[in-house]
Design a protein around this ligand. Sequence first.
Ligand SMILES: O=C(O)c1ccc(O)c(O)c1
Ligand SMILES: [Mg+2]
Length: 624
Amino acid sequence: MRRSMATVCLSGDLRGKLEAIAAAGFEGFELFENDLLSFEGSTQEIRQMAQDLGLTIVTLQPFRDFEGLPEPQRSRAFDRAERKMDVMAELGTDLFFVCANTSPQSTGSLERIAEDLYELGERARQRGFRVGYEALAWSKHIYDYRDAWEVVRRANHPAVGLILDTFHIFSRNLELSAIAKIPKEKIFLVQIADAPLLEMGVLPWSRHFRSFPGQGQLPLDRFMQVLRETRYDGWLSLEVFNDQFRTTPPKETALDGYRSLVYLQENPLEKLPVQTGGVAFVEFAVSEEMAPTLAQFLGALGFQKRGQHRSKEVSLWQQGQINFILNSEPGSFAQAYNQVHGTSVCAVAVLVEGVEEVLQRAQTYKAPIFYGPTGPGEHQIPALRGLDGSLLYLIEAQQEMDSFWAVDFELAAPQPTPTALQRIDHLAQVMPAAQVLSWVLFYRTILGLQTSNLLEIPDPGGLIQSQAAESPDRSLRLVLNASQAGGTLAARFLNEYYGGGVQHIALATSDIFGTLERLQNNGLQLLPIPQNYYHDLEARYALEPALLERMQALNVLYDQSPEGEFFHAYTQTFDDLFFIEIVERRGAYQGYGAVNAPIRIAAQTRLYKESLRTLSTPLRFRPD
Ligand SMILES: O=C(O)c1ccc(O)c(O)c1
Ligand SMILES: [Mg+2]
């Protein structure tokens, strides 16, 4: 099947769209009527542009409100069609795209509609064209592809065929099995769109929220399976109306579209999730001046310096299975990152089974791969470059970590202090709202992560959208946060950080109270939680008074699910850039305490405003 994209998917002007479509690797495009009408040049120029870019004009679309009309509208519709075919001839495209009538004046008589399509087909045939007929989910009568197929079947004309569009099929929850019985030469075009499951009218859902395959929740694999049964081998064309895509550069969106089609066409068996073993390490980009303060912060959190890099200004900090790297090496990627973002996470390393295969997947998906400079004998760790410019290192999962570190680091013997924090529970990433779908595709296609439903979290300055991306065994958990409002904590992070990145790291313990007591004695400052929160908890859950008291004393937040309980607390923000969460999961609780996010965000906002009022340094970590 050849890959195509409708120009409506992209932002910008027609030339920019076509260049982006060609650069991403598509062979054809659907020319959307608006892009033709708003183009300054002639149809001949469009034809030339397509030819120069090596693109086929799959169709000019859509032709609306054509079939089943009474006279005199019927004759006028045929006149309009003739003029449209003149334009098609100039463009050099041969598929006349009719979407089913939405006009209240149209009849639902299949016989009448079939007659109109027959006549149009005959006129098209005389010019060497074909007519494709698409059911729209909101058409007056023909909103089910099976009815559209019935009409095409009755028209019984070689130049009249069917157009299938996955959005219209799934948004109406239609049975797919009838597709398998349609002769492949009667399917003239297949349009592909995914979408999140939303409860709203099909028209606004389609016009604003469609997405590329892998970014939504429609069972497109099932569609592809029945489509394969027909042996259809024509165009597979992305047709996505999405508000976010209208704000992102067309080249990036087109590339995402290309990736999503490759993903869709991949054999489902090859889509088997990558086996991950969680986060191997998190690397901080820190300036030489800030490195001692960050080291103190980590010390207060119970981390020990385990190693010093043999050739670089890089140190290794450990606790339990958690590894943090502090990188202040001059001239390094980390330093460049630090200069833009301040003290920040510049890289995350994940353990995967089969690094080579993941790199191959990355290549298939045209994801940039990065190899940093290394000294003699040091590890060469391949990395993927994330959309925010940070790195995602890939490390083979079956790895003895101490010998792994010993290659690059001078290791000290671990000191026998009680371990407070055991492993990385999850990382929370903030990103511009327009980038969320891109990240979802990145994690789904390359790492095989699964994404959860979108949650909306109230922030004092607006709404934050939050979504989890997890490996099937949950060894790797990420939380993706975005804000469209300018005044939210997430938006402020984007501003101060100059872009997206890891905003917090959640570390797991099996004894949150003992741990927090110990860390507070180390000088760690926790995010203060208001008393009202605990009054409300008391009313909601029948918690032991002693437990509530302890939670309040240590600023611990709480959530409960049928599977278990979640206790969590936050450090104050480091340099106003990121913070650490300390979590204890009891039972099989799988969430992230999202109900408490508004409390946390309000507390952080309060502290931030206080620091502005008192003009105190924004540095929130001050060990005594
Ligand atoms: O939203 C629309 O009008 C529209 C137009 C053409 C299509 O192919 C389609 O699926 C929807
Ligand atoms: Mg369509």
